[in-house]
Design a protein around this ligand. Structure first.
Ligand code: E4P
Length: 217
């Protein structure tokens, strides 16, 4: 399973990248706003900086909702850097745009996916990634990880090549469960990724080893 970081914060991207386990980055308009990036020039520049920092796919989301506008915006995003993946919302014109990008060799990530039916449509349209929002599904009293299992089973039966990119991750356990459920990629904020490191027995064991090691110095 590939690890993407879900943020537009350059310091956090660098910290995850320095671990040596980072395969890519996802952003969305809310994450860009959170780090104070606004205006076309600043947004373009920020995506370029991220794409030059990380050796992997960087999802950049369109904010258009009609076919022609999505295509124009997506082409501009794609031109920023070869690793930019155009992130397109799961709407009718988004599906048409996914097919157009697929036919024209531009990689895409279909976002705001909350059902298996939507995931089937994204795959049929040729999306490279499909992003089911695990945490937001859990928030609405459904089971996000179960959706990953369902999509993985369908894609396997049908032979779809679209990669399942588990998004809206809230905890280290989400990452573990998504790996178990068949996600190809997980995109997570930095904290749940670092949370995977933690176990009290590791801390206790290391403290004891370091204490005993002093006896041999
Ligand atoms: C990533 O592609 C999504 O935009 C993101 O994971 C959404 O996460 P949130 O539900 O925590 O906002």
């Amino acid at each position: 399973m590939k690890f993407f970081i879900d943020t537009a914060d350059l310091a956090q991207i660098k910290e995850a990248n320095d671990l040596g386990i980072l395969d890519g980055v996802t952003t969305n308009p809310s994450l860009m706003a959170k780090v104070g990036i606004s205006g076309e020039a600043a947004v373009t520049n920020h995506y370029k900086t991220i794409a030059e920092l990380v050796d992997g796919d960087v999802s950049a989301e369109v904010v258009s909702t009609t076919f022609n506008e999505i295509i124009e915006e997506g082409k501009k995003l794609h031109a920023i850097h070869p690793n930019i993946v155009v992130k397109v919302p799961m709407i009718k014109d988004g599906i048409k745009a996914l097919k157009w990008f697929s036919d024209n060799g531009i990689k895409t990530n279909c976002t705001l996916v909350f059902s298996a039916g939507q995931a089937i449509l994204a795959a049929k349209a040729g999306a490279n990634y499909v992003s089911p929002f695990i945490g937001r599904i859990d928030d609405s009293n459904w089971d996000g990880v179960q959706l990953i299992e369902e999509i993985a089973e369908i894609y396997n039966i049908q032979g779809y090549e679209t990669e399942i990119l588990a998004a809206s991750i809230r905890s280290p356990l989400h990452i573990v469960k998504c790996a178990q459920a068949g996600a190809n990629v997980v995109t997570s904020p930095l904290e749940p990724i670092l949370g995977l490191l933690k176990h009290p027995l590791t801390d206790l064991g290391l403290a004891k080893f370091l204490e005993d090691a002093k006896k041999f110095k």
